[in-house]
Design a protein around this ligand. Sequence first.
Ligand SMILES: NC(=O)c1ccc[n+]([C@@H]2O[C@H](COP(=O)([O-])OP(=O)(O)OC[C@H]3O[C@@H](n4cnc5c(N)ncnc54)[C@H](O)[C@@H]3O)[C@@H](O)[C@H]2O)c1
Length: 355
Amino acid sequence: MAQRVLITGHRGYIGSVMASRFIEAGHQVVGLDTGYFDGCTLVADPIPVLHLEKDIRDGRPHDLEGFDAVVHLAALSNDPIGNLNDSWTESINLEGSARLALMARTAGVQRFLFSSSCIMYGGSGEAAEVNEDSPLDPKTTYARSKVLAEQAISGLATPDFSPVFLRNGTVYGLSPRMRFDTVLNSLAGAAVTAGKVTVYSDGAPWRPVVHIEDVASVFLAVLEAPRERIHNQALNAAAATVNHQIRDLARITAAQVPGCQVEFLSQPDADQRTYKTNFDRIRHLLPEFRLRWSVEEGVSQLISQFRRISLTSEQFHSPQFTRLKWLRHLIDTNRLNSTLRWQSAERTLEEVAAR
Ligand SMILES: NC(=O)c1ccc[n+]([C@@H]2O[C@H](COP(=O)([O-])OP(=O)(O)OC[C@H]3O[C@@H](n4cnc5c(N)ncnc54)[C@H](O)[C@@H]3O)[C@@H](O)[C@H]2O)c1
């Protein structure tokens, strides 16, 4: 049955793909986004989305009225590179999320899908297999914000309000609001624009990598699943085929581009977090759900798409497609204030036109 769904962060990397997918599936979608990346479009949006231009921290209860479900993607998504400012991550990812969930419950929204992350498992040393009951070991402010937001929102569950926590792997694939600061997008972009991929470690760490269309499909499956299956569950959101070592991702990517070199630069401060994610719970709860993309097919598709749009080195290295660099640019040019809200009337004509 068609549902009325509010998607926060619908103008970001995942949201730009997910909103169209939900509309195509017959749902009525309204977006809510403050538009940090509105001037950062690599390819056109497939379908225009009705939306509220708003910071989630400034949302009002009536913004949530009339929706069956909220899909909450809006966040500062800046792990593992470092933090611009810990307090912004806490105020948006934790306090903003908990407040939004409470307003949703009060407004009678029945389902709240929270976009969480497998990064909360941390992981070091030998790659252990982690399931949803494994101890959490968040190593950054971002990862901690996801853990604490899950806990706060879980505490709001009632028979009429079902939060669900979808713990995503690292996402890859083409999106209108592209990101080149995630591992596979970065490797594929480098392969196409430079003919060389560089891994800044020995490449041994394991990561789950999930195609952006499969992420949209998992969220859609959870939106449409019977309540008793998903109520207040944390779910590692993919399937076992998504676990890969970084060096294999580099080799799979390089193999798609004739002559492409793979370089390993083992740096002492390299990101050594490593874990293999177990996906038994989602397989058990949503047995009919299947991922569409293997990493080989997904990377092949991505490389073809980059060639089709003639991706340039300038685009690949542009701050527009690296979250922290773009936010830093908006702050340094006084477009965002000290609370990471827009200075009034500081949106440029270019950004408004890009909407
Ligand atoms: N991309 C990944 O690999 C990945 C992996 C695991 C989890 N996630 C989670 O999925 C969600 C979406 O990720 P993404 O890659 O699309 O991120 P993104 O940075 O591309 O998009 C986030 C969107 O949220 C909006 N936003 C941020 N703060 C806001 C605020 N205060 N009010 C209103 N809008 C705000 C931004 O304008 C942006 O459009 C995030 O919660 C992220 O933590 C992403």
